[in-house]
Design a protein around this ligand. Sequence first.
Ligand code: HMG
Length: 447
Amino acid sequence: MKSPIKGFSKLTQQGKIEWLVNEVFDGDQSVINTLKSYLHQDEKVQKLHNEFIENTITNYYLPLGVAPNFLIDGKLHTLPMAIEESSVVAAAAKAAQFWLKRGGFKTTIVGTEKIGHVHFMYRGDGNKLKAFFEENKNHLKDATDDITANMQARGGGITAISLVDKTSDMADYYQLDVRFQTCDSMGANFINSCLERLAETLTQTIESDNRFTQTEKQVQIVMRILSNYTPNCLVRAEVRCPIEDLSEEEGVSPHEFAEKFYRAVRIAEIEPYRATTHNKGIFNGIDAVVIATGNDFRAVEAAGHTHASKSGQYRSLTHCEIENGIFRFWIETPMAVGVVGGLTGLHPMVKLAHRMLGNPSAPELMGIIAASGLAQNFAALRALVTSGIQKGHMKMHLLNILNQLEATEEEKQLFVNYFKDKVVSHNAVVRKFCEMRDIPYSSMVKK
Ligand code: HMG
């Protein structure tokens, strides 16, 4: 970039692109064609996309795949999955097919409570504040009535407000801890609006209460914000079957498979290095459905990782048990997602994804997403404790390597056949490619 710019946001989309091409891409006009080629042909749809975020210059595509055969709580689902990584959708589909014949996934909604806080500083007598809060709790809640009326009509709203004394962690620090039910919405905007009103009412009411000294009246509101950690908005999904019903995998007997699988999960429960990769695999499945259904994957991930650390050490989100000959595998994770609001009613693909799932309620969607994470983890662990991850993963990745090499469709077909019974590696594909085109291997190796 040659120089900073002021007022970039005020430029038209065309103006932004021109600035970018000239200032960042040294005038390379081909960038314009690349950006334009990703614009939607329907202007109305493109306008929607332009307005989802700020400074939009084009669209960024992720493939939308589907994983059929997910039997969840007795209902057969095809899961929409938006993700860039090869083998994730295949792995989910394969695990779904496996558990379809063994009773499918069973889910439990442990809770749907969301949380938000007013973080504030109060310099004075803590007991006075506590007494004031008990007297004014209902008044604070009533002050949000105009914001919560619709949510209350749906059965939600503010369920509890408490004052938390955090002064042992930081001098003068208190919180209003507020609990919410947000029904079918994720509820972030609703929660934040309520918190802003609560903070305003808190300061005004203290200000007008003559029992407080001038210093005590100077309450400083630091922040009013929801917490993305939602330990009581929690879902469980599980699969189970007699050990004998676990089929033989790559020459590994059902009993040996169950034992190795159990060990693999235990390792992720006690070893943070492994737990991080293990949970990454779980989020392969979770994020893909969260993104496809227009939900906030950063929020879901953040809550999941905090939950994974709740013992003070980062651990696996899934667990396994073998008892009385029964293999049981389950996930428990927070899942704050919505089926109304946000992108859910706007993005054409998101709307389609919800339809694909039979327009579930938010709790149903929590269960579906948890099942997708569990399936993904089952597939990855199954591969890890039998053939190793590379065999299946690289089989799916083969086309990406061939696309990088700019192979023709005919060449791709030849390679798919050639590697049917061989383990794919980047090196093996490049060597075979050079051999086929009669070009020196050294010319393909990047310096
Ligand atoms: P396979 O046995 O070679 O597949 O497995 P198959 O050709 O016998 O087909 C069986 C079923 O798999 C198919 O049934 C599909 O459901 C699915 P069908 O549709 O034929 O009735 N399947 C496919 N679905 C769509 N497109 C395909 C396709 N191929 C198979 N092309 C497979 C191959 C990759 C599924 C298997 O090896 C597997 O599950 N591997 C695990 C892959 C994985 O976990 N990938 C995630 C990325 S790796 C990672 O990031 C996470 C990790 O580090 C996490 C961790 O360490 O825990 C691993």
